[in-house]
Ligand binder design. Sequence first.
Ligand code: AMP
Ligand code: GLY
Length: 428
Amino acid sequence: MKVLVIGKGGREHAIIQKLMQSPRVDKLYCAPGNAGIGEHAACAGISLSDHNALADFALSEGIELTIVGPDNALAEGIVDVFESRGLKVFGPNRRAAEIESSKVFSKALMKKYKIPTAEYEAFDSAEAAIAYLDKCKYPIVLKADGLALGKGVLICQNHEEAVSGVRAIMQERQFGSAGDRLVIEEFLTGREVSVLAFCDGTYIKPMTSAQDHKRSHDGDKGLNTGGMGTFSPTPFYTDELDDYCRRMIYQPVIDAMRAEGRPFTGVLFVGLILTPEGPKVLEFNARFGDPETQVVLPRMKNDLVDVCEACIEGRLNEIKLEFEDNAAVCVVLASEGYPGEYKTGYVIRGLEAFKDSNMSDKRDYYIFHAATKKVGNSFVTDGGRVLGVTAIGSDLKEARRKAYEAASHIDFDNKYMRTDIGKAIDEA
Ligand code: AMP
Ligand code: GLY
């Protein structure tokens, strides 16, 4: 079968790598893709926002399954366009994707259906939000309603910071129309865990757990980024917690979406915080996480095509999800300066050493390209997060050691990485 993946980052490279293991796949396509993806898939240089052009491409190539990666495309309704043109597509439609693209919607849904989350109020004017801040306990959390490249959440230590935060989001419109509405939320403390789950509108099947490192520097210091590394599984997410979340969060949210006339099909990303009162939802995303996917899919035993089809056809209950009894760590190699300003265009050295290991099905190392391009025969850096180096080990310690060893063999000018990805496991 011919399969198309929409997107251009490390997450999409991990999806492509997983699809390469499927005996059901004859040919892989990606739009727009990147240089690393281009080694395994035919890349089409079509913009992510041109949904009709993407659907034209899928029809003309005879694509039989499309998997959508990025949040924007889902929020803008790419799935609706593909479905209306008779194409089989994996991902939530626009109304279902609102669980990520509107924090006001997702908070109201959780409140209505009693899904554990932080207490909150929603506002559509800066004046009302600022008046409310007088009554708050600090720290407090401000969240722009819409998509803001992962930057729309501000943790404010005091009243003054919160007032300037409200102004920045709602009046100076730092995140554009994403700041038309605002959620002000209770500050929670605890470990954060990410769980990605396959959904078919009625059933939900969680994958193995993962943990992200969002800050740019060691010790969770520095600015928030798209993610500097991940590990899976996380020892803090026990079987007991899993059982609780299945009963209190995962199935209830799928039932709630169906009851609201927005059945959710695709991957639901549940961002959990393990508070002293139990797990609570920090956020829902309507897609595979990046870089969580880079540690979760390499551990999955199932054929991804089988699972996606079962979701689309409403028969996920027939699938038993299985994961290897091992561990994975992904270290992101970034350009020095990210998430602020950085330079690109540097030649990446040392990738050849992984070429063979990139070919086998069961292997220890995966080099996922996030932002690279090809100049002549060389790969060069082309963005803030350049590569994700994933290593598999029998346990997290081994996976971490191997990931850092592999990362040391790859070099480019201005290379930057955190040195403590997965270190939290030492406390487990
Ligand atoms: P979100 O995009 O909603 O996941 O928020 C981004 C990050 O902000 C999360 O990963 C948390 O580290 C932090 N955060 C969000 N909401 C809260 C909260 N209510 N209390 C404490 N930290 C939070
Ligand atoms: N790693 C967080 C995200 O994909 O949003």
